[in-house]
Design a protein around this ligand. Structure first.
Ligand code: GRG
Length: 297
């Protein structure tokens, strides 16, 4: 990671943190416990990879940073909701997230369920409340994209496939389908929402960006599978080794760690190839890609 990227990432992580602080309901507003749980879940943790992608795609499309910030907050809220629900006893049943007790451990299952629901609603409320694109048509497309990415044809659908896959042997195409939906869809939405805040790129370039986003969405999960198998709980801030413990099919269980790492590298190359037409203007997106592929947690 170059010093320049580190500075950029840090300043945008701070920007997102400050905006989340402001846009989440204050903990002293009723219902206090729910608002406290929402803030506990979202603030002060996480790599903020999806917001960083939205900012980098926004830069490529000459977008106003205020607009991208709201879009990035919306995506991060959906991500945070998915983590809360994913950790529930009826799903992955996990007790540690971002280095602290999961939402249901801290607040109970009922509040955790409502926390996820409320974070999801807040995301769409923000997309409807702020002016984020040059035309209402583009702004509606942003809302549609995020809704699709979160729903049964995206993240929730991928999670359903994941739950049904426990203890089964999946083929590589089935595993790819699961990951493209469970993890990839929201990452793809992050890139495209950031880009839609600007208006310099035409259809062909937006399509190339979308292909880039699809590649890194999958690459993110391939690396996640490797880290789950190889990293420690302390480094990850969440329980390591859960996939093997739960007998879940992953890129590591099917291909082995070394081949899974190679696959991540191949996806990185394909992602880079989609950006060729942008030349130096896509430098930031390439840096975020490298961060995703080479991260250690
Ligand atoms: C119950 C309707 C309903 C939906 C549930 C739970 C769920 C939808 C989807 C699960 C999606 C999920 C948790 C995918 C895993 C994605 C993943 C690798 C998360 C970790 O992301 P990072 O590494 O985490 O970006 P940080 O903490 O850095 O933000």
């Amino acid at each position: 990671m170059t010093a320049d990227f580190q500075d950029w990432a840090r300043s945008h992580q701070v920007r997102i943190e400050n905006s989340l602080q402001t846009l989440l309901p204050a903990a002293d507003i009723a219902p206090e416990r729910l608002h406290e749980a929402m803030r506990y879940t979202v603030l002060g943790g996480g790599k903020r990879v999806r917001p960083l992608l939205a900012f980098a795609a926004g830069e490529l499309n000459n977008a106003n940073e205020e607009r991208v910030t709201i879009a990035a907050v919306a995506v991060e809220l959906i991500h945070a909701y998915s983590l809360v629900h994913d950790d529930l006893p009826c799903m992955d049943d996990d007790v540690l997230r971002r280095g602290k007790p999961t939402c249901h451990v801290e607040y109970g299952e009922a509040i955790a369920l409502l926390t996820g629901d409320s974070l999801q609603s807040l995301a769409f409320q923000l997309l409807a409340e702020y002016s984020l694109a040059d035309t209402p048509k583009v702004q509606l497309e942003m809302i549609r994209r995020l809704a699709q990415a979160a729903g049964s044809r995206g993240m929730a659908g991928g999670q359903a496939v994941d739950l049904a896959s426990v203890g089964r042997a999946l083929s590589l195409p089935e595993l790819e389908f699961m990951h493209i939906h469970k993890t990839g869809a929201l990452i793809r939405a992050a890139v495209m929402l950031g880009a839609y805040c600007g208006s310099r790129l035409g259809e062909a370039r937006l399509a190339a960006l979308d292909h880039f986003a699809k590649c890194i969405g999958l690459a993110f999960q391939v690396v996640d599978d490797v880290l789950d198998a190889e990293a420690t709980t302390a480094t990850l801030g969440k329980t390591a080794g859960k996939d093997a413990e739960n007998n879940k099919p992953t890129y590591v269980s099917i291909l082995g760690s070394a081949r899974a790492r190679e696959l991540a590298e191949e996806l990185r190359r394909e992602a880079y190839a989609s950006l060729e037409m942008f030349e130096a203007a896509a430098g930031r997106l390439r840096q975020v890609t490298d961060f995703i592929i080479h991260r250690e947690f």
